[in-house]
Design a protein around this ligand. Structure first.
Ligand code: AMP
Ligand code: GLY
Length: 432
């Protein structure tokens, strides 16, 4: 086909399996992929798959050149931080993902807050940046109220400790002293309900996707340590059941303000928001799709992802996005002991036949000759797609029969009970 495009996908998680599925559903896309683990879902959709660490810039560029890629999509932040996007661009392969400097809105939390302040981006909490652990501890003692303690660098979503939630003041200071981070951000604890809005961005255009709610805590009822995300849901429209359409519009405006300040930005811009009585405030920005959030968003995107990529590359206005108008519920199966003491190298089975109507996305599993093995990260996700959150939840739950022994799931994600608690919480905050 004369107008076919060869696309290299970098990354091997559930998010990238969802990206691979979206790209390969367009007959004009010839897909290749590389990642540090051999993800069987991506490998089965791709014309070629090579095992390359996501941060090995030269090896990724060499593979892209080998397969004669026209375009590239970067999944994980580690690759963005390593500068894979600019290196591919320099090799003449248009890459949907920001260069390392623009990706600092994710990879450097101190920069993120300083950028928001300098550019008057709405929704920034009070914050202070420290490169001295004892000075940070003194600030914690003197601060009137609770703080979120955040190492400035990447921690896979697992580095933040919130005073009054996971730790007390003494615990927060002990955490800082134990780790002696080079730089930390201490910021006002935001109260409310969290949600994510992701947007496709290029050529100054911002094309937002429906809001998603992730579940970061490891155990049911939002208990336990933070994880990369145990599961997530989205509704049939743009907002979630505890949000108003104005809350969603406010979040989109914040993303637009970021792109106004970074007009060259290209890739996905992800906003994590805390919705309180006064509207959304910014927990963080990411420079890529969320994982699991991509597994909610891409299955309901009716517009071709490839068309977005080619418009971005060709300097055109991005297409208006069309969505299926369906709710989604994603549940992750993770290794025993995840995230604190994950049992890696355990052989697992996934019965693809028993997934039923739901979608299956492989994540950080490694496919070896004799089968599938866990790594230290999440193993696979099942995603229900249906008219209501309740129906999507049921589909996802039925699909979990696919999970063999040695895996753990948060069964409460997307249940009517938990969604109602979010609504009640918001009503309480709004004084209704
Ligand atoms: P992050 O790595 O910035 O996404 O933070 C991980 C999690 O920590 C977030 O999803 C929130 O649940 C929590 N968190 C981060 N910053 C704050 C804050 N300022 N106030 C309350 N919770 C926060
Ligand atoms: N689900 C949160 C993230 O991808 O950062």
């Amino acid at each position: 086909m004369s107008n076919s495009e060869t696309v290299l996908l970098v990354g091997g998680g559930g998010r990238e399996h969802a990206i691979a599925r979206a790209l390969s559903s367009d007959a004009a896309c010839e897909l290749y992929a590389c990642a540090s683990n051999r993800n069987p879902g991506i490998a089965s959709l791709a014309a070629g798959f090579r095992t390359i660490p996501e941060t090995a810039v030269e090896d990724v560029v060499a593979y892209a050149t080998d397969v004669d890629a026209d375009l590239a999509v970067i999944g994980p932040e580690s690759a963005l931080e390593a500068g894979v996007a600019a290196a591919l661009d320099d090799a003449g392969i248009y890459t949907f993902g920001p260069d390392a400097e623009a990706a600092r809105i994710e990879t450097d939390k101190a920069f993120q807050r300083e950028f928001m302040e300098a550019e008057s981006i709405p929704g920034c909490p009070d914050y202070a940046v420290f490169d001295d652990t004892e000075a940070a501890c003194e600030y914690i003692d003197a601060y009137d109220g609770d703080l979120a303690v955040k190492p400035a660098g990447l921690t896979g979503g697992k580095g933040v400790k919130v005073i009054g939630d996971q730790v007390d003041r003494e615990g927060a200071k002990a955490y800082l002293r134990e780790n002696d981070y080079e730089e930390v951000v201490l910021e006002e604890r935001l109260i409310g309900e969290e949600f994510t809005v992701q947007a496709f961005v290029a050529n100054g255009d911002v094309r937002p996707t429906p809001a998603v709610q992730d579940h970061k805590r490891a155990y049911e009822g939002d208990e336990g340590p933070n994880t990369g995300g145990m599961g997530s849901y989205s509704d049939a429209g743009p907002e979630l059941p505890f949000m108003t359409s104005e809350d969603y519009a406010d979040a989109v405006e914040i993303l637009e303000a970021v792109v106004d300040a970074l007009p060259e930005y290209k890739g996905i811009l992800y906003g994590q928001f805390m919705l309180g009585a006064e509207g959304p405030r910014v927990v963080e920005f990411n420079a890529r799709f969320g994982d699991p959030e991509a597994t909610n968003t891409l299955p309901v995107l009716n517009t071709s992802f490839l068309d977005v990529l080619t418009a971005a590359r060709d300097g055109e206005s991005l297409p208006r996005l069309e969505f299926a108008g369906k709710a989604t519920v994603c549940k992750y199966a993770v290794p025993e002991g995840y995230p604190t003491n994950p049992k890696s190298g355990a052989k697992i089975t996934v019965d693809e036949e028993s997934v039923g109507e739901a979608l299956l996305f492989y994540a950080s599993v490694d496919e070896r000759e004799d089968g599938l093995y866990t790594t230290t990260s999440r193993s696979f996700a099942v995603v229900g797609v249906a008219d209501s959150i309740a129906d999507a939840e049921e589909q996802a739950e039925d699909a979990l029969a696919a999970a063999g022994d040695g895996l753990r799931v948060r069964h409460d994600v997307g249940t009517a009970d938990l969604v109602q608690r979010r609504i009640d919480h918001m009503n309480e905050l709004r004084g209704e």
